[in-house]
Design a protein around this ligand. Sequence first.
Ligand SMILES: [Zn+2]
Length: 439
Amino acid sequence: MRQDAVHLLAIARVLSLRDFTPDPRRLQLKKLRAMVAHTWRHHEAYARWWRQHGCDPVPIRGWDDFSRLPVIGKMHFRELAAGEHLAANYRTRDLLQHLTSGSTGIPFRVERTVFEDRRLGAYRLRERFLAGLRPGDLRVSLKSGMMSYEGGRKSYEHPPWMKWGLFRRVGLNHIALGPEGVLRKLRELRPNALGGHADAMFRLCLESPPGALGDLRLKFVSAGVQTVTPDMYQRFCDAFGCPVYVTYGVSEFNLVSTQCAHTGLHHLNEEGLIVEVLKDGRPARDGEHGEVVATNLDVYSMPFIRYAIDDWATMGPDRCPCGRPVRTLREIQGRVAELFHFSGGRKIHPLQLINPLLAFVGWMREYRVVQTARDRVEIWFDTLRGAPEDAVAQVEDAVGAKAPAGVRVQALRRAIPPLPERGKNKMFQSLGPEEPVRA
Ligand SMILES: [Zn+2]
């Protein structure tokens, strides 16, 4: 109970930051100094990576010192020995775990304290409040089940304040329910706001009767996780008849950016993260695209410092013309989801085939799900140490159980081709539909 009160205070503190830090770069530098100093002292693997790149454990004086730290990626973490991903004085059993298939086809486990997790969640919640949400409102988020929580923390999804009628949120698994089921639940629940996977909303828009979504009278819709194309964005606006915001979040950081209601640019979460867009290793200028590299300023247990997210984005102006003192992105690329289309017009969400692979996070190094013929899917994967002898059979069984009848699933243990520089879909490749999709 006392802990819940502390968490509620943490949320309230972030929510109370209505007036944004006038100089977020200064705040970032202050938080960064503390983060880097703690990491040098308590995180052996980071200290090792940094020393290998010629860095010394001296305090960060300015942005030049920061940019000398090496960029690391998911693979750096995947190749660590057990427990090495955490700072000393943190233990897995005390932490909340997010399992994710990511957007890159590398299964990954992200850990942090519940307090740190709530704090990251609060940045997202604040954006919802700025968009018009009130403490007593109900939000529904459409989820894929791609991200699951571990560690027996049932209270996490239903914290006590929801029983008090505050910050209520209900998650719906859109893959299990399908568009019709989602619409039925929305009519029952009558939420004030809807969020979640853009591709789930897109299907909802395609398959709901005219006017049905507008009748929900939502305050706003926030669409995230996958890229929202201009065509999708227009359909959302037409179907829901309310403001639509694109949010960009990843498991390692939670909220990365939120779309500005006035300019369409994406406001970076400057108070919680340092986001860099790097073009050939140097900061991209306005209009240039590059690799997204981010630093988490609030999580000390499993720090992410100059970490490549494996997404591409186009840098925007240093300050949004709407007046908010934050740097911006113009566009987020590389996260477009597609459906798998099988014979007879059957279609499924790619995550239906990808989610079972999360069970193998301990030994599966990387995977691709490739539709090689209309009713044939291949799972390419390679392994880390400790993979079972019957890995191929296990993968085939797990994915085969989720594939539609008559679709052949074959697992192949093989080298994974490198990622395309700006691949649309990195972890799966699907064939298009046999006939044009119903508009
Ligand atoms: Zn703005």
